[in-house]
Ligand binder design. Structure first.
Ligand code: CAA
Length: 261
């Protein structure tokens, strides 16, 4: 596998790809080369027939402490604008069709919180430290935080968090629906994340990709359009082999052997 400087790439179980952010000296602050490596690794997993689902994680201490403040500090408006600073961060959200589970422990601040919210589901520790502290730096969230957080928890709570820069815990993230589940320990987080990934990796890659596509459509479409979109994709899956394999196996009380086609 490739030699990255700021991330580690692994396959903890068959069908499961993992990217571990690995810039410990800066609490995984998201400098441009790290983001480039992350996009490359995610695109590699997306293209790989050995991968059905991807885990994105950091360390116990930090998922990611945000954009790299030292890199950003001297940026001018013209540079940020003409080079579309930060736009490439979210390129994986449209390019990667396989589900990405964020496993968040420790700090997930600013761009770190935004990166977690770009993933398809979040698991975290109860003590994880989420927040959008950009206001404290004289700026605002720039990688989708004001939009994704508001969709996740509603306007009033999001407004409070973005205006005060206050953190929220993993326990709160779970209660408010930002995270699917919060776990009491780091070990439990990593174990349960892997279990969920293995469950997903046991299904048809075609159906898994379709699940991600239709659930994410709900964030962009009005309900009637979204329901119609879902039905079209559902109809489309009758053209897959795995729909036939899955339903035949059910009727025969056998385990489905997916063709992933
Ligand atoms: N950028 C660059 N370096 C960072 C960083 C960041 N976002 N976060 C931490 N670091 C560096 C620190 O500068 C420090 O480096 P040195 O050892 O060279 O001084 C090292 O990581 C360790 O950090 P601390 O000593 O501060 O560790 P701590 O445990 O005392 O505090 C923390 C942890 C509360 C997370 C603190 O580091 C912090 O507040 N970090 C910044 C959080 C932040 O504001 N994030 C938002 C960034 S803006 C953004 O993300 C814009 C956007 O929307 C895209």
């Amino acid at each position: 596998s490739k030699n990255f400087e700021y991330i580690q790439v692994s396959q903890p179980k068959p069908g499961v790809g993992q990217v571990t952010l690995n810039r410990p000296k800066a609490l995984n602050a998201l400098c441009t080369p790290l983001i480039n490596e992350l996009n490359e690794a995610l695109n590699d997993f997306n293209a790989s027939d050995d991968t059905t689902v991807i885990i994105l994680t950091g360390s116990q201490k930090a998922f990611a402490a945000g954009a790299d403040i030292k890199e950003m500090a001297p940026l001018t408006f013209s540079e940020a604008y003409t080079k579309s600073f930060i736009e490439s961060w979210s390129s994986f959200t449209t390019q990667v069709k396989k589900p990405i589970i964020a496993a968040v422990s420790g700090h997930a601040l600013g761009g770190g919180c935004e990166l977690a919210m770009m993933c398809d589901l979040i698991y975290c520790t109860e003590t994880a430290n989420f927040g959008q502290p950009e206001i404290k730096l004289g700026t605002i969230p720039g990688a989708g935080g004001s939009q994704r957080l508001t969709r996740a928890i509603g306007k009033s709570k999001a407004m409070e968090l973005v205006l005060t820069g206050k953190s929220f815990s993993g326990t709160e993230a779970e209660k408010w629906g930002v995270a699917a589940r919060a776990f009491p320990t780091y070990e439990a987080l990593m174990e349960e994340t892997l279990k969920t990934a293995e469950t997903i990796a046991g299904y048809s890659r075609v159906a898994v990709q379709a699940c991600k596509e239709v659930v994410n459509k709900s964030q962009d479409l009005a309900l009637r359009d979204g329901v119609e979109y879902e039905r079209r994709v559902f109809h489309g899956l009758f053209g897959s082999q795995d729909q036939k394999i899955g339903m035949k196996a059910f009727a025969e009380k056998k385990k489905a052997e997916w063709s992933h086609s």
